[in-house]
Ligand binder design. Structure first.
Ligand code: LLP
Length: 463
């Protein structure tokens, strides 16, 4: 488990004290398969290779910083989720974690569906040929134009997030002479993060319609009356970076309870439930994520059991993993620029990127690991903080990390498990250019998202 708390929200950031770090690993050259993608290894010279290509070559050809994405690893994780849930369930990859047209094509080929949460993500999905019926459209404040576009395209489902949106989508669908398949997102009063969850009566946050106070039941009542909508199910998403299944258990119990109330009141058994995403990955060797087949088994058993008790037909389940598919598939490759020992404290290692390519450390107090990858080293471990090049002292990439004591400018270091929410949350802070995403496979590398250029920046600045 990560020592710092919840990587997707500052609320739990006080579980362990500031500056808490473990002892150096026995071998700084070893690459823990839990945090690195499946084709990563060190060659005979100690250089890290991925997809059959060494990082020195990648740095020469594509520059640094760069996100390096292991296509085989992405595909096999996508496939593992798909296979684990089988034909009676649907896996929607959450595009917010990382979306590009190449990724959309891989998902399509591997038989996954796609969850999008903005017009931009929808446009990317459609432009890369994802069939609209396999797209779910999310968001707590979709614009009228976005809804119209989604309905016109024929998306498989829109996940309704508020009372206003129920009416808005129904109205647009009617205008367009169609009936839109929708799910209603509810908040079940469960908040789960990492290895803890809290079940409360009410959730103080912006998503969904609370189950509490009969609001969710009222939303279903209204949606069922509208011609423009076909209500296919209930949606619940309980948090991020979750290892403990008990939060899902409580959520499923409450969602099935609502399905039962709907059946009793309206005589309708809604055919689907979506349990959202949020499944955790290993950012450091301390994290112990579950395998997709264990998660599928646990979720299916929970829903089946709850439905048996409620005497309901088991609905079709869907899930929306983002991080668990793309997170472990990529690392960020940086070049060391300066190494600054601060007596009695630690050594600051500055890299050529920073909070613009990985905001998660600054935003969520997230933990990462880091390794020297352009060579191996037998030097003693030194305690470092890996920082970026931004004009901000909170510009930290890895807060506490052990790196070899002979680390020097020009060395390449890499931060694993940056596939999710790093490129997708990247910024141009300080007018730093966003790095490319380079996909590697079978000894070949190709840029799937190119590096930003100064021309890109200046094109938006119309003077
Ligand atoms: N489905 C819904 C409705 C969601 O809101 C999310 C994430 C997911 C699926 C995918 O969750 P995942 O499996 O990737 O954890 N930017 C943050 C996380 C915010 C996630 C928001 N919703 C981070 O960097 O950790």
């Amino acid at each position: 488990m990560s020592r710092s708390a919840h990587p997707a929200g500052p609320r739990h950031a006080d579980v362990l004290p500031e500056g808490h770090y473990s002892a150096p690993p026995a071998d700084l050259n070893s690459l823990d398969p839990k945090v690195w993608s499946e084709t990563v290894t060190r060659d005979a010279d100690g250089v890290l290779t991925v997809g059959g290509i060494d990082v020195k070559r990648l740095a020469e050809e594509y520059g640094t910083p760069a996100y390096v994405l292991d296509e085989d690893d992405f595909r096999s994780r996508a496939r593992a989720w798909r296979t684990a849930f089988g034909d009676n369930a649907d896996v929607f990859y959450a595009g917010k974690a990382f979306l590009s047209r190449a990724v959309v094509r891989w998902l399509n080929e591997e038989g996954l569906n796609l969850d999008v949460c903005s017009g931009g993500e929808l446009a990317t999905a459609l432009s890369a040929g994802m069939p609209a019926e396999r797209i779910a459209f999310h968001g707590n404040n979709k614009s009228v134009a976005e809804i119209r576009r989604a309905v016109e395209a024929g998306v498989g489902r829109i996940v309704l997030d508020s009372f206003q949106e129920i009416v808005r989508v129904a109205h647009i669908a009617r205008e367009l002479g169609t009936r839109q398949r929708v799910q209603i997102r509810i908040t079940v009063g469960v908040e789960a993060h990492t290895h803890e969850f809290i079940a409360t009566a009410h959730e103080d946050q912006k998503f969904g319609i609370p189950l509490a106070g009969g609001q969710a039941a009222e939303a279903v009542r209204r949606a069922l009356q509208l011609d423009g909508l076909e209500v296919i199910g209930i949606h619940s998403h309980i948090g991020s970076q979750i290892f403990d299944m008990s939060g899902f258990e409580v959520a499923a119990h409450r969602v099935v309870g609502l399905l039962k109330d709907i059946r009793d009141e309206h005589g309708v058994e809604l055919p689907e439930i979506d349990l959202g995403g949020g499944l955790g990955i290993a950012y450091t060797s301390d994290d112990d994520p579950r395998e997709p087949h264990e998660i599928a088994k646990a979720l299916t058993e929970i829903v089946t059991r709850e439905c048996e008790v409620a005497k309901l037909r088991t609905p079709r389940i869907s899930v929306e993993p983002g991080r668990a598919i793309v997170g472990p598939t990529a690392f960020t490759l940086y070049e060391v620029g300066t190494v600054k020992p601060l007596d009695g404290l630690r050594t600051y290692v500055s890299v050529d990127g920073g909070m613009s390519d990985n905001i998660r450390t600054a935003l969520y107090d997230a933990e990462y690991s880091v390794s020297l990858v352009s060579r191996s080293s037998d030097a003693e471990p030194m305690l470092t903080r890996v920082v970026g090049k931004h004009c901000e002292s909170g510009d930290i990439v890895v807060k506490d990390a052990f790196l070899p004591g002979d680390l020097a400018p020009g060395d390449l270091i890499a931060v694993p498990a940056t596939g999710a929410y790093c490129r997708s949350m990247a910024s141009n802070y300080n007018h730093v250019l966003r790095p490319p995403v380079v996909a590697v496979k079978d000894g070949q590398a190709r840029v799937i998202v190119r590096r930003e250029t100064e021309e890109d920046l200046l094109r938006l600045d119309v003077g």
